[in-house]
Design a protein around this ligand. Structure first.
Ligand SMILES: [Zn+2]
Length: 148
């Protein structure tokens, strides 16, 4: 018995997700096609839409649908502080703690030479430009790891 090529394509495509090997990709594909066609259609539409509309804010580098995100264009934020975080989830955590009212810059990663992420893979020039533009204090809020 051979696998239809469109099913093989789907299994292959699912493997682009981090931590998804051939077995999990196969399980996901079977689940979507056999048990949750509605969910599969929703996933397909959402993925297509997000890929085509989500970009990076030109100021903080966070995900945004606009050229400048709502946080960077808000007049209620303090512009004398710039907090550097690794990922959008770190920014959300800071916001939920409600103890910071300044601006952010999201690196979308961290320096990790062992994983092949060097200074040139991170938007450090943009971070520097943004800090100069605000001429503000920069707070590093990267994670408590060697890379951070
Ligand atoms: Zn922004």
């Amino acid at each position: 018995m051979s696998t239809p090529s469109s099913l093989e394509d789907l299994i292959g495509a699912l493997r682009c997700l981090p931590g998804v090997g051939p077995k999990s990709a196969q399980r996901m594909a079977y689940h979507l096609l056999q048990r949750d066609k509605q969910g599969a259609m929703h996933l397909s539409r959402s993925l297509d839409h997000a890929v085509n509309t989500v970009k990076h804010c030109s100021k903080c580098n966070n995900f945004s649908e606009a050229e400048v995100c709502s946080m960077c264009s808000s007049s209620r934020r303090e512009t004398n502080l710039l907090c550097v975080v690794e990922m959008p989830a770190d920014l959300l955590m800071m916001e939920q703690a409600q103890c910071y009212r300044g601006m952010y810059f999201v690196l979308m990663g961290r320096l990790s030479p062992l994983d092949g992420v060097g200074a040139s893979e991170l938007p450090l020039a943009r971070l520097q430009r943004r800090a100069q533009e605000l001429s503000c204090e920069v707070i590093l809020a990267t994670n408590f790891t060697v890379e951070g």
